[in-house]
Write a protein that binds this ligand. Sequence first.
Ligand code: SF4
Ligand code: SF4
Length: 461
Amino acid sequence: MDPSRAFVPADALTARRSAGLDPATFPATGPALPSPRPDGAPASFHVLAKPTGAVCNLDCTYCFFLSKESLYPGSPFRMADDLLELYIRQVIESQAADFVTIAWQGGEPTLMGLDFFRRAMDLVERHRPPGMAIEHSIQTNGTLLTPEWAEFFRDNHVLVGLSMDGPPDIHDRYRVDKGGKPTHAKVLRAARILQAAGTDFNILCTVHAANADRGPEVYRYFRDEVGARYLQFIPIVERATPETIDVANAGWGDRAGKGPGKGPGKAERPLYTLEGGLVTERSVTPDGWGRFLIGIFDEWVQKDVGTVFVQAFDAALASWVGTSPAVCIFAETCGNAVALEHTGDLYSCDHFVEPKFKLGNIRERHMLAMLASPEQRAFGEAKRDTLPRYCRECPVRFACHGECPRNRFIDTPDGEPGLNYLCAGYKAFFTHVDRPMRLMADLLRRGRFADEAMAILAAPG
Ligand code: SF4
Ligand code: SF4
């Protein structure tokens, strides 16, 4: 999920590797790069590619992306080699910047097998112009990782995101396999394999009903037991209508909707769409989200500034410093992070893989033309232009910007639609961190280090 939003350790941004493919193996076909560069084309953008589509070897109860399988009935759910090359060629040649990210997500991308990614690396080298740096990232549930994978990631400087929700009793509440069996032990094994190979990784932890009240405990578990230094927390908000709430509460995986009998959980699994004003019982509450963030922030700001990196805190600090946060959800506008399905279909965003947000197919239309299209530009600008007055007048708008439009489905206190469901949590969090963030931003502006804030905040008075 969310990727949104690859979280990038700054010291890993290099590309290397020698070319290896016979140029005749995959003749370059497909639409040509639009020339001149279309009006509105972003200088750089981010593509989340899903080589297995929504297919995953796990069956996490809250993973509504699993339902997106129904968009491609009968599909083998494997990105073809010629499409792989077309994608890599287009994403590289589209960038006006000299830095490109190739990001893999799912479903579970490791189901493609290691050879697929070896080919991807070779293709990147074949198409990479001199002077362009390319960063690779992959988001995985970790259950299929072996030392060979870990060495491949290390040798190719692939930034690995590992999905884990906390200690076993939390993680195994929703992150289960196709038989409903726990997966924590396998994910911890993956972390150990990565560490043994010297491969850096970040933990992607979703926050939901089972861990929202245990923020500091979850944070300490990752820091002290897992030994992770890069952490990303994502709130689970699963929307539903009165008609779909029972089915949604049963979960989105293969196990839901199967088995004898009728009733909630036994109906055909629907395609998840961003509709309805209800949320599932697994979803985090707005106050719970705020408490979770505040709980881990208080631990982090006392002990771990400069040694543990939490994506939401880095983004907040960027806002207090006055630069753009690297995370789309806290940016004023978006639209430069698209999702590529295994068929070549391109969608406005990973969270909007729905028929009405499909921009086209890269076999038929160049991705740069789709990024520059009026509909995609409008998609990105709507993030700013549809903010309710309540947000426009909010004292922490500069850091929040109404968060992601996917979560804007409640009314403001004065009845205007379009407020973010998580607003109360964000308002509490951004208000709570104001003083330490001001302090750290001031230190940075004066050429000093943010971690000096720990001693200043601990001093009496
Ligand atoms: S809709 Fe916009 S803010 Fe939300 S995840 Fe997508 S790109 Fe980011
Ligand atoms: S904290 Fe709430 S009111 Fe303020 S910008 Fe964010 S969503 Fe809008």
